[in-house]
Design a protein around this ligand. Structure first.
Ligand code: MG
Ligand code: MG
Ligand code: MG
Length: 306
């Protein structure tokens, strides 16, 4: 039996970096924890770990008989498929409370901040463990990614303070420039298969039993999608047919204009109207000021399906 730290399915930078940073902390305080992941790295995450000299955590899908620290989620739909056969030792997260539960007492670090790595920084402070330079570097990138370089409404003063401290440890002088460099990598969507783009940051939710899938692509300039938007939309519709969700959405987020174009296919034609008070044209609508799936998209849908 081993102990693993693992983030959510279709891992983002917060999930991968969180697994690495939490494992290091646990190892320092005498608990042997192995970082793991539930899927392939995104180009952004690859950029981050290459930059600071890390290898990808072990790809591991099955955890039966093992113990786990869950990072960056607490939803069964986003967790390992056989999590019911594993022992959950702890949850480190910054999302709404999900439906995971445990058989034994567990350690819970859940805070309404912009990134799980901000919570992990609090854990380092609590345990008085120094953060190594390279780990500070990847944690700082994860926070810049999740908070969209502080623009997201999920960003708190704790996240900003945390980035400042981590940048100092990592020796990163201009962290906003590093953030933009990261989003440049994230914006490189040309010559990528449509399904890879739809699935790059895709999450399935069960809202009162209704299956909803929501993907998001965050780029510096939305015009990059002009040529491929029709193909993206067609692939999203195809995904819905294949997987049978009630609703599938893809958010094309422009981090400079600070808004998102929502592409949606739903069994309920009025859903966007009910949730966001807007009507769609050709299954699309611009949502001004919307950057955050967890804060500006999911809660409104939860209410519709409550
Ligand atoms: Mg995440
Ligand atoms: Mg996160
Ligand atoms: Mg995100």
């Amino acid at each position: 039996m081993s102990i693993y730290a693992v983030g959510h399915k279709v891992p983002d930078s917060d999930s991968i970096v969180g697994a690495i940073a939490l494992s290091y902390l646990k190892n320092q305080i005498g608990e042997e924890v192995i970082p793991a992941r539930l899927g392939e790295l995104s180009p952004e995450t690859q950029f981050i770990i290459d930059k600071f000299g890390f290898d990808a955590p072990e790809l591991k899908l099955s955890y039966a008989g093992h113990s786990l620290y869950i990072v960056d989620h607490s939803d069964i739909a986003l967790a390992p498929d056989d999590i019911d056969q594993a022992t959950i030792l702890g949850i480190v997260d910054h999302h709404k409370l999900g439906d995971l539960t445990s058989d034994t007492p567990l350690e819970c670090w859940i805070r309404p901040v912009g990134c799980s790595n901000t919570v992990i920084k609090m854990m380092y402070d609590f345990h008085q463990v120094a953060i190594p330079k390279d780990i500070a570097g990847i944690m700082l990138c994860a926070i810049l990614s999740d908070t969209v370089i502080f623009k997201s409404p999920t960003c708190t003063t704790a996240d900003i303070r945390c980035v400042e401290v981590l940048a100092e440890i990592a020796g990163v002088e201009d962290f906003k420039a590093l953030g933009m460099e990261m989003f440049e990598v994230k914006s490189a969507v040309l010559d990528t298969p449509m399904r890879d783009l739809v699935m790059r940051d895709f999450k399935n939710f069960y809202m009162n039993g209704t299956h909803i899938g929501i993907g998001q692509l965050e780029v510096i300039d939305l015009s990059i999608f002009d040529e491929m938007k029709a193909d993206l939309a067609a692939d999203l519709a195809k995904l819905k047919q294949e997987e049978g969700q009630h609703t599938v959405m893809l958010l094309l987020t422009d981090i400079m204009k600070e808004g998102s174009e929502l592409i949606i296919y739903s069994d309920d034609e009025q859903l966007v109207e009910k949730a966001y008070g807007k009507s769609t044209t050709d299954n699309k609508v611009w949502l001004e000021g919307v950057l955050s799936r967890k804060k500006q998209i999911v809660p409104q849908l939860q209410q519709v399906f409550a």
